[in-house]
Design a binder for this molecule. Structure first.
Ligand SMILES: NC(=O)c1ccc[n+]([C@@H]2O[C@H](COP(=O)([O-])OP(=O)(O)OC[C@H]3O[C@@H](n4cnc5c(N)ncnc54)[C@H](O)[C@@H]3O)[C@@H](O)[C@H]2O)c1
Ligand SMILES: [Fe+2]
Length: 364
């Protein structure tokens, strides 16, 4: 069926993708054409969980490159992005050099930091000024994403999710999309089982929310169905190549929501993250667990996977919150209008009142 012209999205994709076990070792060759020696240098933002690891020692650092460990105990904040950008600009100014590229290595948090820093190296002001849709004016510095967890789809998305002074909201723009991603399933080995599950469920929930949403179209469906199958294989019938499948599930799940939207679970999860500081994956899991009424089959499948993977979700997370904190969570979730509309249709406000959202939050 033909849609109105202004509804078609001209979707910006990652320019280059390398996939396969061990492909990380091609990084030096991949970066080489983007180096402008002797005046340029690359910046590697490495999740500090890898400080001192074998992976760190395999990074193809050249003379002027900077390796900056980033801590992601808290999800990325605009203030952290601003501080990193300042630090890298200072390095460049002091050495009389320019930044050739920013490479983010880690889960969604480290990759989002790399995306945001690459944007802010080329745009004035604070990252908080650009939280929203298409506010970025100048193309980012060349940027590369190398996931060490799979599920968020941050490797393919046109957003970098940041918590600012006022809101948790992405910098959504075509310039945010990575120029290159390196998908090496071997880098997922060693992730703690619960974290691997929470992040993997981010992908599963992307698929459920996309496939049941009102924004669904054949592009999203094609990727969403494949990603959903892969998630089920990984968490219900794991085989030796489960990490390969999880990596491609994340990629396809990200592609699916890029051309549709997520839904209620993500809207609630943003509020949980803003007020309780819960990371995205676990926040999604605890929110999804109370959404059986909206996603009955999805929640049933989720519980099966949780049983099989022996995951116990924390309970009573909102019990001790003040009414102000609950109100804030509701506010944060309500900003995300397209998510509610995707889930419930154009008249979503008729059923999803502040009271109903509060009720859902209080079950978590
Ligand atoms: N840009 C997007 O499109 C998008 C989409 C969804 C989520 N996100 C963001 O992604 C983040 C969540 O990402 P995530 O779920 O990948 O987790 P994460 O990056 O927040 O990391 C979670 C934890 O796992 C650790 N870790 C990462 N890789 C590891 C490995 N291989 N071995 C051991 N520990 C490892 C990290 O140090 C951290 O402690 C949030 O900040 C969220 O806002 C972004
Ligand atoms: Fe997500």
């Amino acid at each position: 069926m033909r849609k109105e012209i202004d509804m078609f999205r001209n979707f910006k994709m990652v320019s280059k993708v390398v996939f396969g076990r061990g492909c990380f070792d091609q990084l030096a060759d991949i970066l080489a054409p983007h180096r402008h020696a002797p005046s340029g240098f690359m910046v590697f933002l490495l999740d500090d969980v890898f400080s001192g690891s074998a992976l760190e020692s395999r990074i193809p650092l050249e003379q002027w490159d900077a390796l900056i460990p980033v801590n992601v105990d808290d999800e990325p904040k605009t203030a952290t992005v601003d501080a990193l950008t300042r630090r890298i600009k200072d390095m460049a100014e002091t050495g009389g050099k320019t930044v050739d590229g920013v490479i983010g290595m880690g889960g969604g948090s480290a990759m989002d930091l790399a995306k945001a820093v690459s944007l802010m190296l080329a745009n004035p002001g604070s990252a908080a000024d650009y939280q929203g849709w298409d506010l970025i004016q100048q193309p980012a510095v060349y940027h590369v994403g190398i996931p060490t967890l799979a599920g968020t789809g941050a490797e393919v998305s046109r957003t970098t999710v940041l918590t600012g002074p006022e809101k948790k909201l992405g910098i959504n723009s075509d310039h945010t999309v990575f120029d290159q991603v390196v998908l090496d399933p071997e880098l997922l080995a060693g992730a703690p089982a619960d974290q691997r599950f929470y992040t993997g469920m981010d992908c599963y929930i992307h698929c459920i929310e996309s496939l049941t949403g009102t924004y669904l179209n054949t592009f999203s469906q094609a990727y969403g169905e494949k990603a959903l199958d892969l998630c089920r294989e990984v968490f219900l019938h794991p085989t030796a190549d489960a990490d390969d499948k999880l990596m491609m599930a994340s990629y396809c799940g990200g592609m699916s929501i890029a051309y549709s939207q997520v839904g209620i679970c993500h809207a609630l999860s943003y509020g949980l993250s803003f007020v309780l500081g819960l990371h995205h994956g676990i926040g999604n899991c605890v929110a999804f667990d109370v959404l059986g009424e909206y996603y009955p089959e999805g929640v049933e499948g989720f519980r099966k996977m949780m049983d099989l993977q022996k995951i116990a979700l924390p309970k009573g997370l909102t019990a001790g919150l003040t009414s102000d904190q609950v109100e804030k969570m509701v506010d944060v979730s309500l900003v995300l209008e397209p998510l509610w509309e995707n889930a419930l249709g154009k008249d979503w406000r008729n059923t999803m009142t502040r009271d109903r959202i509060t009720e859902l939050y209080l079950k978590i």
